[in-house]
Write a protein that binds this ligand. Structure first.
Ligand code: FES
Ligand SMILES: [Fe+2]
Length: 431
């Protein structure tokens, strides 16, 4: 068949990449009080994030120690788009390796969880121990004097790519970076929000994974956004688990990378300005009652009256306490306009049956169909659709003020969002 040469050029060779934006991006002059919509839609920006953020100077959550309790246990997961494996070795040490054979790049572990004596590549049977060291390469000495690997081949030079690993209160984090500071230094003051909740050995209760049709940053902003919590989520305000009129606060680390905020149910302080605003909120409706109010009965298990604490670490981790529902959320980017959110619900090893039951019932507040959190993914998807191709427009982030510090510790603020974009621009060389 005679194919005109013109038909083989851009359309077939470049394909979708021909729509990529190629000129350098310029951040709005207002800085971190604006986020241009191209940051959520540009495939080139997305590709750079993989390198500069997920493979950059960040600690990324990969799982719970309780998910790999015994020697030989492994869990496969992701940091950014990169598949990695968390293993527990014979000496009980934890390791995280890239899930890619050092020979020709085959994926080693395909199951989400398992128990093995070694990591085995099905393609040509290279074997690795649980620390990621290569221990055997099939036919490396050849056969009857033929084939085999070169005489200078060293097993020790062909192990899996290893990441730094650190734990805090049963959470396991890993990083590709040799430079990022130790985990607890990196978390700064936000580590205290982790220690408050994870104060004894954990027990996993279940999982829920949802695909969100939005850029990962749309979701990452959401649990940093203490301003929306009592407005978007009608269940919170209507049934009193979290209201702006309650005692609350917000804590950031000194770099503004991480944040947690809390509220205390039952501490309502009525004021005229609250009454004036709440009259216009859909989320405050004292007339509405639940037929079965059981889901609202929660035990103050930490003894401090905090009914909700939402904690976020840059760039991909959330820890929540919503009444007695406890869960981690891991954010995994799946392309510029898609993300997965993996929810892991847990309690503690010494929970009594009533508390476990309360955690399971209140688990209905969270997750992909949760009575509170269902709205978060919905809003992220509506944002993504409204941004369209992202070629114009930017968000406005001045609630609480215009600087990284303004807003202080009030929850009625977008301070944590401004700090996110500040760190994002530094990491992405966009500042
Ligand atoms: S790709 Fe793994 S052994 Fe060849
Ligand atoms: Fe929310």
């Amino acid at each position: 068949m005679n194919i005109p040469s013109a038909s083989l050029d851009e359309a077939s060779i470049q394909g979708p990449t021909s729509r990529r934006h190629t000129t350098p991006r310029t951040w709005p002059a207002e800085g971190y009080t604006r986020a241009p919509y191209w940051a959520y839609t540009d495939p080139d920006i997305y590709a750079q994030e993989q390198l500069k953020i997920f493979r950059g100077k960040t600690w990324n959550y990969v799982g719970l120690e309780a998910e790999v309790p015994e020697a030989g246990n492994f869990k496969t997961t992701f940091i950014g788009e990169q598949s990695v494996v968390l293993t527990r070795a014979e000496d009980h040490s934890l390791h995280v390796v890239v899930n890619r054979c050092a020979h020709r790049g085959n994926m080693l572990c395909r199951d989400a969880f398992g128990k093995v004596k070694k990591l085995y590549c099905v393609y040509h049977a290279w074997n690795y121990n649980l620390q990621g060291d290569l221990t055997h390469a099939a036919f490396s000495h050849g056969l009857r004097g033929e084939g085999g690997l070169p005489a200078d081949f060293q097993l020790s030079e062909h192990g899996l790519q290893k990441l730094r690993v650190a734990t805090l209160c049963g959470l396991v984090f890993a990083t590709f970076s040799d430079e990022v500071e130790p985990l607890e230094d990196w978390l700064g003051d936000v580590a205290q929000g982790i220690r408050r909740v994870l104060h004894k050995p954990l027990k996993v209760l279940g999982y829920d994974t949802q695909r969100i049709h939005a850029n990962w940053k749309a979701y990452h902003e959401n649990p940093r956004d203490s301003y929306h919590a009592n407005i978007l989520h009608t269940f919170y305000g209507t049934f009193g688990l979290s209201r702006q009129s309650q005692e609350s606060g917000m804590t950031l680390d000194t770099h503004g990378r991480h944040v947690y905020f809390y509220t205390k149910a039952g501490t309502e302080k009525k004021s005229q300005d609250f009454d004036a605003t709440s009259a216009a909120l859909r989320s405050v409706n004292d007339a509405m009652q639940l037929e079965d109010p059981g889901i609202l009965k929660w035990r103050d298990e930490f003894g401090d009256g905090v009914s909700v604490q939402i904690l976020t670490t840059y760039p991909s981790f959330v820890l929540h306490q919503i009444a007695n529902s406890l869960a981690t959320r891991q954010l995994i980017p799946r392309g510029v306009g898609e993300s997965d959110l993996v929810w892991t619900y847990f309690g503690f090893e010494d929970d009594d049956d009533a508390l476990t039951q309360a955690r399971l019932v209140q688990g209905n507040l969270a997750g992909s169909a949760g009575m509170i959190s269902v709205e978060d993914a919905a809003v992220c998807e509506m944002m993504q659709r409204a941004m369209a191709d992202g070629q114009n427009g930017e968000s406005f982030i001045e609630m609480g003020g215009k600087t990284l510090d303004s807003g202080g510790n009030t929850k009625l603020s977008e301070r944590a969002i401004r700090n996110f974009w500040h760190n994002y621009c530094l990491d992405m060389d966009l500042a």
